[in-house]
Structures are given as C-alpha cells and as structure tokens.
Design a protein around this ligand. Structure first.
Ligand code: NAP
Length: 258
C-alpha cells in the first residue's frame, strides 16, 4: 500500500527517542519530512544526523512551557511553509499517585503530559487547516485500565482520549482528521526508567511480558509507528475520532488468555 506521504511535513513531539523517534524514522522511510520537536538536544541531533539533515528537521523545546510550544510550531511551519501532520507524543509516566503525590505535583504532571497536546495543536491548527492535515494523539492504556500511583499521567491520558473525539468533531468542517493510538507495553527509554524503579526490574518485566496475549512479547516501537503513519495518511481518509490499540491484545482480550 502506498501511504501517499511523500513530501508531507509531519511534526512529532517527543520525536527524539522511543516511540516518537520510531515515528520519525518511519515517516522518513515513506519520504515524508519529520520535524523532531524534543527537549533532548543530544538525542534530537543524533536522530537528525541518522535520518539525514536534508530529510528531517530538529527543533529544541520544552513543551511544558506554553511559549515554547508556540515557538516550536512557528519554527516548524516556517521550514517548508506548511504542515501536513501532527503527532502529539511527548509524555512521561511520572508516578504521581493519590497518596504519594501532592496537588502541586498532580498539576505539574498535567502540564508535562496533557496541556502541551492542546497548546501545540492550537498553534498548529491554521497550518493543518490549510493542508487539510491529520492529527494523531499518542495516549496510553492507563487512560482506560488504571495502574495505581499514577493519577497525573492517567488523568492526562484520559483527557487526551476525550480531546481526540472532541477535536475530531470540531475539525470536521476543516477536513482535519484526529485519531488516537493507544500503546501498552513498549520498550523505550521511558519504559526502562519506569522499570528501574522496581526492586527487581527483570522479574517485573518477565511478569508483564507473560501477560501480553499476542506472542508474549513487548510491542515494538516500529509497530506503534506503522499504525500512526497509516492514520496520518490519506489511506485513512475516512477514519476520524478513533482509538487504535497497538498492544498485542493487552487491554481487550480475556484474562484467561494471559
Ligand atoms: P521516551 O522514551 O521518554 O521518549 C519521549 C521523548 O519525549 C524523550 O526524548 C523525552 O525527552 C521527550 N519529552 C518528554 N517530555 C517532553 C517535553 N515536555 N518537551 C519536549 N520533549 C519531551 O517515551 P516513550 O516511551 O517513547 O513514550 C512516548 C509516548 O508514548 C508518551 O506519550 C507515553 O505516555 C506513551 N506511551 C508509552 C508507552 C510505553 O510502553 N513506552 C506505553 C503507553 C504510552 P526526555 O528524555 O528529556 O524526557
């Protein structure tokens, strides 16, 4: 299938590492031009070199700051005078629980995980409307399944799913499609940091993998990227307001299968 993404300009937040980096690599492989927006300048620079400086762009920004969201979008649109796709992906599972968190840390978690999805989309909207582009929001199973000790991240991811349907409705007249991708267990730098917080990370990993129905393995970043690119592409031209789970059946299949 030709995804017809050649020459399309796609902004990927948190695009320097993990799932975002896989989306950028996949976009470049489809001859699209990924714009990597990330606060990690070292990782962003390395990925830009890997993809090729003429085939991608990097913008350094901490998206927890609304002004940096605005600047990052402005710079991204200026590169080619257009924007065809937006992937809201930057986020971090920061373990702000009900008991072990504080109201201040809860608000901070929403700033890191939710508010910039709105800010970046708001600033990107004029360009996306001009191109009748597409938006993909990366959410998490935690929005739907609960995990414990992660109120901020869960609230943010639940909000992201709500905004996906809300924006899909609001942007119908503009022809801008909005969908969400929901991963569960994907080995990335973020996941490695989360695992490292357990007394026996390897044992924790083994116990999780044993419960993933399809293949008893982690989802690959490339698998999340492939679904994301499909949703960005004209091949998904009549798909909007949808949640696509890329999780090996983790959320929906019968517990007996695990
Ligand atoms: P990752 O490995 O930490 O990569 C995310 C990238 O985004 C990092 O380069 C990170 O920089 C950057 N970033 C984070 N917050 C940022 C901010 N405020 N401004 C600019 N850049 C920022 O994470 P990942 O595992 O690929 O996760 C990507 C998305 O998938 C997240 O939304 C996450 O919630 C979601 N997700 C992941 C999993 C999983 O199993 N991995 C499961 C469900 C959902 P730093 O290194 O400086 O933090």
């Amino acid at each position: 299938m030709d995804l017809q993404l050649s020459g399309k300009v796609v902004l990927v937040t948190g695009g320097a590492q993990g799932i975002g980096a896989a989306i950028c690599r996949a976009a470049a492989a489809e001859q699209a031009v990924p714009i990597i927006v990330d606060r990690d300048e070292r990782a962003g620079g390395a990925l830009l070199e890997e993809i090729g400086i003429d085939r991608a762009r990097f913008v350094a920004a901490d998206l927890a700051e609304p002004e940096q969201c605005r600047e990052a979008v402005t710079r991204s649109v200026e590169f080619f005078g257009r924007l065809d796709g937006l992937v809201n992906n930057a986020g971090t599972n920061d373990s702000v629980g009900l008991e072990r968190g504080t109201p201040e840390r809860f608000r901070e978690s929403l700033r890191r995980n939710l508010l910039h999805y709105y800010d970046v989309t708001h600033y990107a909207l004029p360009a996306l409307t001009r191109s009748r582009g597409a938006i993909v929001n990366i959410a998490s199973k935690v929005a739907l399944t609960g995990q414990g000790n992660t109120s901020g991240y869960a609230a943010a991811k639940g909000g992201i799913l709500a905004l996906t349907r809300e924006w899909a409705a609001e942007l119908l007249p503009a022809g801008v499609r909005v969908n969400a991708v929901i991963p569960a267990e994907v080995m990335t730098p973020l996941y490695q940091r989360w695992l490292a917080g357990f007394t026996d990370p390897q044992e924790k990993l083994r116990s999780i993998v044993a419960r993933i129905p399809l293949g008893k393995r982690m989802t690959k970043t490339e698998e999340v990227a492939a679904t994301t690119l499909f949703l960005l592409s004209p091949q998904a031209g009549h798909t909007t307001g949808q949640f696509l789970f890329v999780d090996g059946g983790y959320v929906h299949l019968d517990r007996a299968l695990t």
